[in-house]
Ligand binder design. Structure first.
Ligand SMILES: Cc1cc2nc3c(=O)[nH]c(=O)nc-3n(C[C@H](O)[C@H](O)[C@H](O)COP(=O)(O)O)c2cc1C
Length: 161
């Protein structure tokens, strides 16, 4: 994470600077802001992986209660993402849509058992896609707050833990 460069931009630019990159949970977001003194955060992949990150950050700022994300909540999010993105596809093809969803899932599975990514990469049908999601997410236990530190998709965030 180039917090040194962001900090320099904050100091030298006449406009507000927004910090971006590898914010993966509330703790990394707060630490990134603290380190850079940026005017705000932009969160991309971390929000695909965990759309509750904004509520969790807001709670961290205000002292409110942060939502605890369970496997079932992640499953419902995936169902909704499937449905909402299906609505905006001009010529919906179920198998093609599953392939598109797999691109989102590659972010979402980070931090879950490695078998989830392995299995989701191999599904071809909607039935197999949701069966795999259900297998790994059908529980009330909290979903992992962080991706693994050696994840190929998220890196460098551990300096802020
Ligand atoms: C699905 C996706 C689409 C993106 N599209 C753009 C884009 O069109 N233009 C751009 O400048 N950056 C784009 N980015 C890069 C992000 O703006 C951001 O700089 C990068 O993902 C690092 O932040 P993050 O760690 O919060 O994801 C994209 C990132 C993702 C994950």
């Amino acid at each position: 994470m180039h917090d040194d460069w962001v900090r320099r931009a904050v100091t030298e630019m006449p406009c507000p600077v927004i910090a971006n990159g590898n914010v993966v949970n509330a703790q990394t977001g707060l630490a990134y802001l603290d380190s850079t003194k940026a005017a705000g955060l932009m969160i991309g992949r971390g929000a695909i992986r965990n759309p509750w990150i904004f509520e969790q950050l807001r709670a961290a700022f205000t002292g409110g209660t942060a939502p605890i994300v369970t496997g079932q909540m992640v499953f419902s999010y995936i169902e909704r993402l499937y449905e909402e993105t299906a609505k905006v596809v001009p010529h919906f093809d179920e198998n093609k849509h599953v392939q598109k969803m797999k691109k989102n899932l590659i972010y979402i599975v980070q931090g879950h058992p490695a078998g989830f990514e392995h299995d989701i990469r191999r599904v071809k049908t909607k039935a197999d896609f949701f069966a795999t999601c259900r297998e790994y997410l059908d529980s009330n236990t909290p979903a992992p707050d962080l991706p693994s530190e050696n994840s190929r998709l998220f890196c460098g965030f551990s300096q802020f833990l």
